[in-house]
Design a protein around this ligand. Structure first.
Ligand SMILES: Cc1cc2nc3c(=O)[nH]c(=O)nc-3n(C[C@H](O)[C@H](O)[C@H](O)COP(=O)(O)OP(=O)(O)OC[C@H]3O[C@@H](n4cnc5c(N)ncnc54)[C@H](O)[C@@H]3O)c2cc1C
Length: 361
């Protein structure tokens, strides 16, 4: 039986890692358990845009977590960089949105949340081969280079004494008096005190496996997203661009991501030729200079989908030592910091940083 810590978190994607950071800062001892290596699933596969696509078309509960998170993202990134020498590359390169049939909604949203915007578009719009409709330039929207953010967070937590149990899949648990006492993985048994599940797309499945008779299982299903990567030169594209449902994200070293597909395909992470062609055509038609650069990667990840994209951030109503922080769908990187703070507030009986009601199980 493995020694127990005060907090045990199952799942070490962006949500598990940021949750661990919150408890670390509050002085607790923490164990993170992952079925593979930390930060290799959806959080690695994502694009890292620190804004939902068209946030004005989404629920207010999403904006609440987004706005709270983005106000501190550059500080988070700097702190991690200073402490680990691994740069999460928070970068406020700005976002151009080519078509906005609902421009009034968009500008009202920006005004409400004090996000700078311009409807008079800078001349760089001529670099793109598209028919614009009410284009919108959002000069302060940032990105994070998610694979580096995850690496940096892991090193930060390891240096602070957080315990990582990797390549260990949680498969069962022992319950006593409405408490989970012990977790069983494919390798060992682990005693737990406070338990948090942040297993992304696998959360609904795992909750049913651990608590088959519970009435409060989170409804989370996998939604596959495929991405492409071009190996371009630095400054080929100075900012992010969104055209209809697809986007380009330039990294500082010149690499350009093309995203993404939205496919309901169970737990299948295969990439397909059709989607590769679709993303390639989108990218090279919108930004023809990309034809001069090689395609260097194509991958897929499983987003933790919920009906309206609102995550579950809550203490379990039946199991006293269990909480859930999962279901961030397309916006886990941008909602992560506030979600982590909220779950820690709820467990530690602190004043919640945002109204917790929309995120109840
Ligand atoms: C193509 C794509 C583009 C995206 N773009 C963006 C974007 O631009 N901005 C943004 O904010 N978000 C984006 N997202 C969404 C974002 O990536 C997710 O919302 C976020 O990564 C969810 O984080 P997570 O930690 O909950 O899940 P994950 O990163 O999937 O982590 C869950 C972890 O749980 C582990 N696990 C699962 N089951 C078990 C078990 N039984 N035992 C132990 N461990 C287990 C897994 O191995 C995994 O490491 C994108 C996603 C995709 C796929």
């Amino acid at each position: 039986m493995t020694q127990t810590t005060e907090i045990t978190i199952i799942g070490s994607g962006i949500i598990g890692l940021l949750t661990a950071r919150e408890f670390l800062q509050a002085g607790y001892s923490i164990t993170l358990i992952d079925k593979s290596l930390s930060g290799q699933e959806s959080s690695w596969a994502g694009g890292g845009i620190l804004l939902p696509l068209y946030p004005w078309r989404q629920e207010k509960a999403i904006s609440t977590l987004v706005i709270k998170s983005i106000s501190n993202y550059s500080t988070l990134s700097n702190e991690l960089y200073n402490s680990t020498q691994i740069n999460p590359e928070w970068y406020d390169c700005g976002l151009l949105i080519c078509k906005n049939p609902d421009i009034e909604l968009a500008t009202n949203w920006c005004t409400t949340y004090q996000i700078p915007f311009q409807e008079t578009i800078p001349s760089f719009i001529n670099n793109f081969n598209t028919k614009t409709k009410n284009p919108l330039w959002m000069p302060t929207i940032a990105q994070a280079r998610n694979p580096r953010l995850l690496k940096s967070l892991k090193v930060y937590l390891l240096n602070a004494g957080v315990k990582f149990i990797e390549n260990s899949e949680v498969i069962n648990c022992e319950l006593k008096n409405n408490n989970i006492n012990t977790l069983s993985t494919n390798k060992e048994k682990i005693k737990v005190n406070q338990l948090i599940i942040s297993t992304g797309a696998w959360t609904g499945k795992l909750a049913k496996q651990l608590l088959p008779t519970s009435l409060h299982s989170p409804e989370i299903h996998p939604v596959k997203g495929q991405m492409l990567l071009f190996n371009a030169n630095p400054d080929t594209l100075p900012h992010m661009v969104l055209d209809n449902d697809h986007y380009l994200i330039p990294r500082r070293d010149g690499k350009i991501l093309v995203g993404s597909s939205v496919e309901h395909s169970a737990f299948d992470k295969c990439t397909t030729k059709e989607t590769k062609e679709k993303l390639f055509t989108f990218a090279t038609e919108l930004f023809p200079i990309l034809k001069n650069f090689p395609l260097c990667n194509h991958w897929a990840g499983l987003r933790p989908g919920t009906k309206k994209g609102i995550p579950y951030i809550d203490k379990h109503p039946e199991i006293k030592n269990l909480a859930i922080n999962a279901g961030h769908f397309r916006n886990g990187l941008v909602m992560g910091p506030a979600s982590a703070q909220l779950i820690a507030d709820l467990i530690l009986d602190r004043t919640p940083c945002v109204d917790p009601a929309p995120y109840h199980l």
